[in-house]
Design a protein around this ligand. Structure first.
Ligand code: NI
Length: 184
């Protein structure tokens, strides 16, 4: 079933705060279908014609809980100048992270968050993630830095029921972060 902006759970729904569970491998037909729907959403969302046709809000990532399924699955599509990075991950987890922080200069957004929340969202500048890659059908180890690392951490946060604005400094949203990698 096609995911649209209407089927995405918004942050006024407490289910978004649910902890996601591990997914059984090998993947069931149902889980594989959901993963396919998730990556299709993210791929199509940045195509202006498809976005208009199917009511998609542009995104770089989505987690299963955002369609109401508390399972550890995420899809990411990042268009870079030279290449497109795609991750369709099952049971991913961070196995190491840098002490250095990184943040997006313009702050973060989320398909489940309608209101704008301004402020820096501090995250690790570099992470290593392990999990099952449903595009390659094998276990993978991903070393990510900068923007890719931030997007991965944003989606992994959804597994814990954490939203990006939870991480913004409440007293001083634009407080400088020492030695951070700042991403335009
Ligand atoms: Ni999100």
């Amino acid at each position: 079933m096609r995911i649209t902006l209407d089927t995405i759970v918004k942050d006024n729904d407490p289910i978004l705060r649910t902890k996601s569970e591990d997914v059984a491998l090998p993947l069931s037909m149902e889980d594989r279908q959901l993963l396919n729907d998730m990556i299709t959403y993210v791929r199509d969302s940045t195509d202006p014609e498809l976005a208009e046709k199917y009511n998609l809000r542009p995104a770089v990532g989505i987690a299963a809980i955002q369609v109401g399924v508390p399972k550890k699955m995420l899809a990411i599509v990042i268009h870079e100048e030279e290449e497109t990075i795609e991750h369709l991950l099952v049971n991913p987890r961070i196995v190491s992270n840098s002490a250095q922080y990184a943040y997006l200069k313009m702050g973060e957004g989320c398909l489940s968050v309608v209101d704008e929340y301004q402020g820096y969202v501090p995250r690790s500048a570099r992470i290593t993630v392990e999990g099952f890659d449903a595009l390659k059908n094998q276990n993978v180890r991903i070393r990510a830095r900068g923007y890719e690392a931030i997007v991965l951490q944003h989606e992994l946060d959804h597994f814990k029921g954490t939203l990006f604005y939870d991480r913004i400094n409440k007293e001083d949203p634009f407080k400088e972060i020492d030695d951070a990698m700042i991403i335009d």
